[in-house]
Design a protein around this ligand. Structure first.
Ligand code: NAP
Ligand code: F7E
Length: 332
């Protein structure tokens, strides 16, 4: 029988990749997008005419809006909550909005599921490695890592809102028996990544610089802290893990990551090498505007549980990811 899924956050990076995956598995997909004064469907243009895809308008900060959508589609099998104000730096400037969307939005969906008695539906919450903030564990060789047992010590309004949503998901699982899982995803990137996240900001700049014919007058690339470590994977690989979590008999939480970590400086090295530049120091300016009031210095996940319990596999290496993004931004 055809399965049906609702995806909140359909217009985002992950929403668009997840929709592609679900449609390839013959799902009917109901994508929820909020009203915007300009077109926000750029990432899903290629599926708008698909007869198995339906775009509906809704906003997760509005409990009525969420309930109306769920009432109308109360026969769905799976609900994915990927909607968020997902930019960490923005969350320091707009903490209230971030709380309403990234924190309370999740509650609005979970409570609607419960109120409508949708006992058979499976729910996915997009949790984040940002929840670990300053914290990590260490292995026998004193290497730092985070896994499902590492305690959260969030460092931004975004991360605190994600912690609230994460615990709400766990609570609905324990209190009401909801089939509610959370993926604690480490940074994942790709050609569809928003242009103000650091990886895409770099690869987009390189693409534009190449298109300028390496014009010496081309404005320099302005970045903040280059020393933070991130565990970067490819978004297309990560949405498969989301789907796998909802195919399990029991709901649970899983860390999704590569297990490798690199600094922003290392990302710059690999990205610039791709266009034959070994020394990028005269092309990049460190600008205080892009430093955050509080930073997350080190993220490196341990994906053992996802690999062993879900059978999830990583398909793209760090080098593949950077190459793919640079190539895309040069060619498009
Ligand atoms: P993204 O590109 O920023 O997409 C966020 C989506 O949420 C967009 O579709 C956005 O719509 C939608 N949205 C924002 N506010 C909304 C509201 N009030 N009501 C309904 N929809 C709303 O984020 P992403 O990278 O795809 O990430 C997907 C999810 O995973 C997010 O929850 C993010 O916090 C989380 N996450 C991401 C990463 C990562 O590295 N990418 C890692 C861990 C967790 P508009 O297009 O209209 O703005
Ligand atoms: O920053 C540094 C910045 O904004 C990464 C979101 O998807 O992943 C993402 O959050 C690092 C930070 O991602 C610039 O200080 C330097 O140390 O690309 P980012 P993020 O904050 O790690 C997690 C897992 C999520 O859940 C989030 O939704 O790069 N950095 N210079 C900069 N960052 C930005 N954005 N811009 C700069 O110019």
């Amino acid at each position: 029988m055809t399965k049906k899924a609702i995806v909140f956050g359909i217009t985002g990076q992950d929403g668009s990749h997840l929709a592609d995956l679900l449609l390839s598995k013959e799902y009917e997909v109901i994508g929820v997008s909020r009203r915007a004064s300009t077109d926000n469907t750029g990432r899903i243009k290629h599926i708008l005419q698909n007869s198995k895809f339906l775009l509906v308008q809704g906003d997760i900060t509005d409990a009525h809006s969420v309930a109306n959508i769920l009432k109308e589609h109360d026969d769905v099998d799976e609900i994915y909550n990927l909607a968020a104000q997902s930019h960490v730096a923005v969350s320091f400037k707009q903490p209230g909005l971030t709380w309403d969307i990234t924190g309370k939005g999740c509650l609005n969906i979970l409570q609607s599921i419960e109120d409508l008695g949708m006992k058979n539906v499976r729910f996915y919450q997009a949790s984040s490695s940002e929840m670990y903030g300053k914290n990590y564990d260490t292995d026998r060789e004193q290497n730092k890592f985070q896994n499902e047992h590492t305690k959260f010590l969030p460092q931004s309004p975004y991360a605190i809102a994600k912690c609230a949503a994460h615990h709400m998901t766990r609570l609905f699982r324990e209190a009401y028996g909801a089939h509610a899982s959370a993926g604690i995803l480490f940074n994942h990137e790709g050609e569809r990544r928003g242009e103000t996240f650091v990886t895409r900001k770099i690869t987009k700049w390189i693409g534009d610089f190449e298109k300028s014919g390496r014009d010496p007058e081309f404005p320099k690339l302005r970045l903040g802290n280059l020393e933070a470590f991130r565990d970067w994977g490819y978004a297309g690989d990560y949405v498969e893990a989301m789907w796998m979590m909802l195919q399990q008999d029991s709901p649970d939480d899983y860390v999704i990551c590569t297990g490798e970590t690199h600094t922003i400086r290392e990302f710059l090295d690999v990205a610039f090498k791709h266009i034959g530049i070994d020394d990028w120091s005269n092309l990049v300016v460190q600008d205080p505007e892009f430093y955050r009031p509080a930073e997350v210095d080190y993220l490196r996940g341990d994906n053992t549980k996802a690999r062993t319990k879900l059978g999830w596999e990583l398909k793209h290496s760090f080098e593949d990811l950077v190459r793919k993004m640079v190539k895309h931004d040069i060619e498009n």
